[in-house]
Design a protein around this ligand. Structure first.
Ligand code: GTP
Ligand code: MG
Length: 242
């Protein structure tokens, strides 16, 4: 029997907002404008996923799909150090793949599933940072939206299937668009890209915006189960923290 587990974000307040953390057998999406901490949160999860947690969770390996070339081993070293973990061991437990276009991004999931199958029960987290970037490049034409959404739907349903079949947490980052020509700084008018397809595919959607200095503000977006309160967290050299 598969037991659902939750991964810590590195911030206890953010974990609480999420009902305990990033959940396995489901897709969590984080979105927000540039430098809101989406990639830093991805890196922090790469480390916390390797640590023991509540309800007998023992930790495990991570698969990181990078579409924007923002994966930074030196950041992982610093985060590992914060948690007093062996830096080399932490890096060795993260499998990294760079996706070059949206089709490649989808094809990579075959290798991911094969790897998860091969090392059954070992992988606990699959990250896609960012899930929409290549779609936005590959389907940028006016008439290509329907095609993009169809391909996006295929990707998301594959991710959902993988999360359930192998009991892993799937964590994807996303970008925002602003309606009605609103200034990007007006966070309340920011919407994640990906339309209905992404909205339906993501079980939990987390909206990030900038606060003062290193501080960021997180809010649950459009969830029937979780309350819509805000929490703040910090981006530190040791990753996401309170
Ligand atoms: P995009 O991918 O551009 O949309 O942004 P993002 O949301 O992924 O932002 P990212 O996670 O890359 O966050 C960047 C922020 O983290 C910047 O404000 C950096 O200053 C901060 N940051 C990165 N490394 C460190 C660090 O070692 N220490 C601290 N304190 N902040 C850091
Ligand atoms: Mg990023």
């Amino acid at each position: 029997r598969k037991q659902i587990f939750k991964l810590s974000t590195g911030s206890s307040k953010l974990d609480k907002l999420l009902g305990g953390g990033i959940e396995s057998m489901s897709i969590t999406e984080v979105f927000g404008e540039f430098r809101t901490g989406k990639t830093q949160l991805s890196h922090t999860l790469c480390v916390t996923a390797q640590m023991p947690g509540p309800n007998g969770y023992i930790g495990g390996k991570v698969m990181f799909i990078d579409t924007e070339h923002t994966f930074r081993p030196e950041r992982l070293r610093a985060i590992a150090e914060r948690f007093n973990l062996d830096q080399t061991a932490v890096l060795e437990n993260i499998l990294y793949a760079r996706a070059y276009n949206s089709e490649h991004q989808y094809e990579l999931l075959n290798s991911v599933a094969a790897k998860f199958h091969e090392e059954a029960g070992i992988f606990k987290l699959l990250i896609v940072d960012s899930v929409m970037a290549l779609f936005r490049v590959d389907f940028s034409g006016r008439g290509e939206m329907a095609d993009r959404q169809q391909k996006l739907g295929q990707l998301m349903s594959r991710l959902q299937k993988i999360s359930e079949e192998y009991n892993v947490a799937v964590f994807v980052t996303n970008q925002i668009t602003s309606d009605f020509g609103a200034a990007p700084a007006d966070a309340d008018l920011q919407k994640p890209v990906g339309g209905n397809i992404l909205a339906h595919a993501s079980t939990t959607r987390l909206a990030l915006k900038k606060g003062k200095g290193r501080r960021r503000v997180a809010k649950i977006y459009d969830s029937p189960d979780l309350e819509e309160s805000e929490v703040t967290f910090a981006i530190t050299s040791g990753g996401i923290d309170d």
